[in-house]
Design a protein around this ligand. Structure first.
Ligand SMILES: Nc1ncnc2c1ncn2[C@@H]1O[C@H](COP(=O)(O)OP(=O)(O)OP(=O)(O)O)[C@@H](O)[C@H]1O
Ligand SMILES: [Mg+2]
Length: 386
């Protein structure tokens, strides 16, 4: 698929922007801070309903404005669709397809698909487990948009279960401190705990589905990541992707067995959870171990190796989505300036044949020659074709 037109209203630094786009390579070039990343961030938002730079929506709305609108005309084969998201920080976002009535924002997932390379990707290798979970879950959702619903169910159940655990933890401490007889605090704790059983089921149900999808994804990604790493840094691998669940009970692959294992793991930590007031097992506590040769990349790999690993993960994502049918838009935000000449050329050659490739760079020289294509300059809030 590719985007044929992007419109922004009050998104980031843009009061308004209209950007006609086509297949092949398009580069956005301009000095720092002029709004290049803002453009590709908007396209990424349509694909993931999130930003690769910030965790909340508020910074995406132009300072002083109430809401932001991102609209894109999207072409897949012969099919044209117009999608629109209105970002309302603090309130529900809204979405539309083909100007018709509103849909839930998550219903537009799958129409735009992107694989985005950015300097922030280094955190995939060097950062916290949350970075790797987000990587996995965004890709899980790109492969199967209905997983957005499962993810949001999981988040909701987790939040409610944590609230319940916190209440139980407080009631327990309160009972202990005041030395009150097993009266109010004791009985409400009993009620809380029986509700907890129900929440365990919900958590394990959604959790098992998410886990099964993550494991399936990792199996598919592994050979592709290894191949991509070899292309970027010949002889430097092999690389391995190993899932690290939050509990030793979790060893399975199929959804039903994962459900049983999650239930067993929750039973195992129940006491501890009530003491600490927080859910201790489940996909929200898992990690993805990235190994380069025999060593974990995090803490061991050099800066350049970490970069190559992050790029290999993105290239593998691209290969996977492409192999599964709908080719994603490739976005390379400021990545070439970070790479040495050899890796720059290799990456450029690997992405050049993409259906649509969007590149941002501060200066022309940072855009490799094989990526000659349409060029826009981005300066003082305007986006102009050169
Ligand atoms: N919500 C907002 N309202 C107004 N301006 C914003 C908002 N969010 C970001 N900006 C402005 O947008 C600019 C950053 O834009 P962007 O990140 O796209 O720059 P860039 O062209 O990619 O720069 P670089 O080359 O440094 O990566 C900054 O000047 C910032 O102040
Ligand atoms: Mg930028």
């Amino acid at each position: 698929m590719h985007v044929t037109h992007l419109s922004l209203a009050d998104f980031r630094s843009y009061a308004r922007a209209e950007v006609p786009l086509g297949p092949g390579v398009t580069a956005f070039v301009g000095p720092n801070g002029q709004g290049k990343t803002n453009l590709v961030e908007a396209i990424g938002y349509l694909a993931t309903l999130g930003s690769h730079r910030v965790a909340t929506d508020a910074p995406l709305v132009r300072m002083g404005a109430e809401r932001a609108v991102i609209r894109a005309q999207v072409r897949q084969g012969e099919r044209q669709q117009l999608i629109e998201v209105e970002i309302n920080p603090g309130r529900a976002n809204r979405a539309r397809v083909n100007r018709s009535s509103q849909v839930r924002p998550r219903d537009i997932l799958g129409i735009v698909r992107t694989v985005l390379f950015a300097p922030e990707d280094l955190a995939l290798v060097k950062g916290d487990p949350g970075e790797r979970r987000r990587f996995l879950d965004e890709l899980v959702t790109a492969r199967s948009p209905r997983m957005a619903g499962v993810r949001s169910d999981y988040e909701r159940v987790l939040k409610q279960r944590n609230t319940l655990l916190k209440t139980a933890a407080l009631a327990r401490r309160h009972g202990g401190r005041t030395g009150a007889p097993p009266g109010r605090a004791g009985s409400s704790l009993g009620a809380d705990l029986s509700t907890l059983d129900v929440w365990d089921q919900h958590l394990a149900r959604a959790g098992a589905e998410l886990l099964a999808r993550r494991l399936d994804l990792i199996a598919a990604l592994q050979p592709l990541a290894d191949k991509a790493y070899e292309q970027l840094a010949p002889g430097g691998g092999p690389v391995a992707l190993e899932y690290r669940p939050s509990a030793p009970e979790i060893t399975g692959h199929a959804r039903e067995e994962l459900f049983e294992q999650l239930m067993a793991a929750l039973a195992q930590v129940r006491r501890q959870e009530i003491e600490r007031g927080v859910t201790l097992v489940g996909p929200h506590r898992d990690d993805l171990l990235l190994k380069l040769g025999q060593l974990p990349a995090k803490g061991y790999a050099s800066h350049g190796e970490s970069w190559s690993f992050a790029l290999a993960l993105r290239l593998a994502s691209y290969d996977l989505l492409r192999a599964e049918g709908n080719e994603p838009v490739l976005v390379l935000d400021d990545v070439f300036a970070e790479l040495d000449t050899r890796r720059r050329e290799r990456l450029a050659e690997l992405v050049a044949p993409g259906e649509q490739v969007l590149v941002t760079a501060a200066v022309d020289d940072d855009v490799p020659h094989v990526l000659a294509g349409t060029r826009f300059t981005v300066q003082d809030g305007t986006v102009e074709r050169v």
